[in-house]
Ligand binder design. Structure first.
Ligand SMILES: [Mn+2]
Length: 575
């Protein structure tokens, strides 16, 4: 037994406790059993899930407010009114604004409307009344928001006073008191009931664009030109949806699947320039290429108050201008990555120096850390130490922090219990933001640590492995792995399938990679390759010929033009 944690808790594996997978029909093949474990039960449901078509997308008629908004927008454009799109500075808001721009441009056969993105530093999030006043001076007749506005009560009132028509399209939570802005139309998926698809802002914008295309075509069947425009925009919807981390279920998964498929052949010069700059592979594009490549690049400028540059790139830049802008975005993104990496390695060093890894909660501050990235860094610390983590950056006499938690421990409840040491805080169980006075840091740490010691159980500090199904070793073939990939794209709400394999015989085991950091082994008669990232130290304790139970993700691996099945180990136990 390799003790990874200093706790005396009966674990099922070397590093995690294992959940028992749900029972599934043993006569079905591996892929179908995984689908069954995820609630997809019949033959026709299997087929529709594995090979979805765009026809399976939720119809915009089901999106509250979409037809109303589309009619008002079409009328304003036909009357030659001045329209403005109000976006947001993250990848969801930027792609959403671009979607409306493109459908309007395609309909009117000229340049699309002005897009306004609020400045993150000066204006903050959402529509401010001052912005509406600015639009009035600009002679704007109609403002349509994307990815924001559902709480813009004041701005909506100002628009009424100034005679501006306001349409709000959003997917965020309305105010707690239930008050909605007074405006011409509100498009929101959760307006009447829980939506079948938890759309991102860009998904909502797409539903509006589709409804608008019908109104403009004067028919439930969209005309050819607008149909092409709607198809061309699917990659943008995929990017915003994946970036916003909404669950990849129902329409969101279809957007992601088709967007990734259509992205390599996109005619959008901005997207082409971004992919060229990033050297994005044009084959076997997956959600990770978007979440770790394309989306951060679009987000990077928003963090630096230059979101307009990303909007220009996705809407109208071409040729050298597109190439230059993509290069600039990539450069800004690299700068952000460097800052982020430094903070992460700093924080991990401090944890080691101060021996915080044995504490039930980790809290750190540093004058040199940047506010915008402490949240991401806190997430990274959790990956390594699996403790609730709060990191603070300095802002004058105050410390501004980001908190991330582990399942079972509500960081929001913890902050509420220690509120006397906090200036302000907000958030939920798994993540929160807070501000404290600098001179209150020590008292805050003491209070939180005491609370955590009383509340967190040792068991909560052990990660859980959650296999979808138990699989026989002989089922883990290349064909099965290819089938299982069709359950993707994988991400939020649709994780990579995890199998539990019992009693596998090790035929070869070694440490691999830089300083032998990773574990590589082969199991079973056919020598199925398994990799355990970061666990090279286990190699010398596992012997060829011994038997193990494994929990792992199954995937295909390309190597020198040859594709085979491979396991990414999550945990194992020696029998
Ligand atoms: Mn959003």
């Amino acid at each position: 037994m390799i003790v990874k944690f200093g706790y005396d808790v009966a674990m099922q594996g070397l590093t995690r406790k294992w959940k028992t997978p749900p029972a599934t029909n043993p006569t079905h093949n591996l892929c179908d059993r995984i689908l069954e474990a995820r609630g997809i039960r019949t033959r026709s449901e299997y087929a529709a899930f594995l090979d979805p078509t765009l026809l399976q997308l939720d119809d915009p008629n089901e999106m509250p407010g979409a037809n109303e908004a589309a009619t008002i927008l079409a009328e304003a454009l036909r009357d030659g009114k001045k329209v403005l799109i109000f976006g947001d500075y993250d990848a969801d808001g930027i792609t959403a604004a671009s979607v409306l721009y493109h459908i309007i441009a395609a309909a009117t056969r000229r340049e699309g409307p002005t897009i306004y993105i609020p400045d993150r530093m000066d204006e903050g999030y959402g529509i401010q009344p001052e912005a509406i006043e600015k639009f009035s001076e600009m002679g704007v007749d109609l403002v349509i928001s994307v990815d924001c506005g559902i709480t813009a009560i004041e701005a909506a009132n100002r628009a009424v006073e100034l005679g501006i028509t306001l349409i709000i399209t959003d997917h965020h939570k309305p105010s707690d008191d239930g008050q909605l802005p007074n405006c011409a139309a509100i498009v929101h998926p959760g307006m009447n009931t829980e939506p079948t698809t938890p759309f991102a802002g860009v998904g909502v914008a797409y539903q509006v664009a589709w409804a608008f295309a019908r109104v403009w075509s004067d028919s439930p069947t969209v005309n050819k030109r607008l149909k092409q425009a709607l198809l061309d925009m699917v990659p943008l919807v995929a990017i915003g949806t994946i970036a916003d981390m909404v669950p990849l279920v129902n329409s969101n998964r279809i957007f992601a699947r088709w967007g990734l498929q259509l992205l390599p052949i996109t005619t959008n010069p901005g997207l082409r320039a971004i992919m060229k700059e990033l050297d994005t592979p044009l084959q076997k594009l997956n959600a990770a290429h978007v979440s770790f490549g394309i989306a951060p690049l679009i987000n990077a400028v928003g963090r630096l108050s230059q979101a307009a540059e990303a909007v220009d790139l996705l809407t109208h830049l071409e040729g050298d201008l597109a190439t230059g802008a993509a290069r600039h975005l990539a450069k800004k993104n690299r700068e952000r990555q460097t800052v982020q990496r430094d903070i992460i390695s700093d924080a991990l060093e401090q944890i080691e120096e101060k021996q915080l890894a044995v504490q039930p909660i980790i809290i750190l501050q540093d004058d040199d850390w940047a506010r915008g990235v402490v949240g991401v860094a806190a997430g990274k610390c959790i990956e390594t130490h699996y403790r609730p983590t709060i990191l603070f950056a300095r802002d004058g006499d105050e410390l501004v922090g980001s908190a991330r938690s582990i399942s079972g421990f509500s960081i929001f409840d913890a902050l509420s219990a220690c509120a006397e040491h906090i200036v302000k805080f907000g958030g939920h169980d798994m993540a929160a933001g807070l501000t404290i006075r600098r001179d209150a840091f020590d008292a805050f740490v003491d209070a939180m640590t005491t609370y955590a010691k009383q509340t967190i159980t040792q068991e909560q500090l052990i990660r859980t492995a959650k296999p979808d199904v138990i699989a026989d070793l002989h089922e883990l073939t290349h064909t099965a792995a290819v089938d299982i990939e069709k359950i993707g794209p994988f991400g939020m709400g649709n994780p990579m399938p995890v199998v539990q394999v019992m009693n596998a015989k090790i035929t070869d085991v070694r440490a691999m990679g830089n300083k032998g950091a990773h574990l590589s082994m082969k199991v079973g008669k056919k020598g199925l390759r398994c990799i355990w990232w970061g666990h090279g130290d286990c190699a010398e304790r596992l012997a060829s010929g011994s038997r193990v139970d494994i929990v792992a993700k199954i995937k295909t691996n390309e190597f020198r033009g040859h594709s085979s099945a491979e396991l990414d180990i999550i945990d194992l136990r020696v029998i």
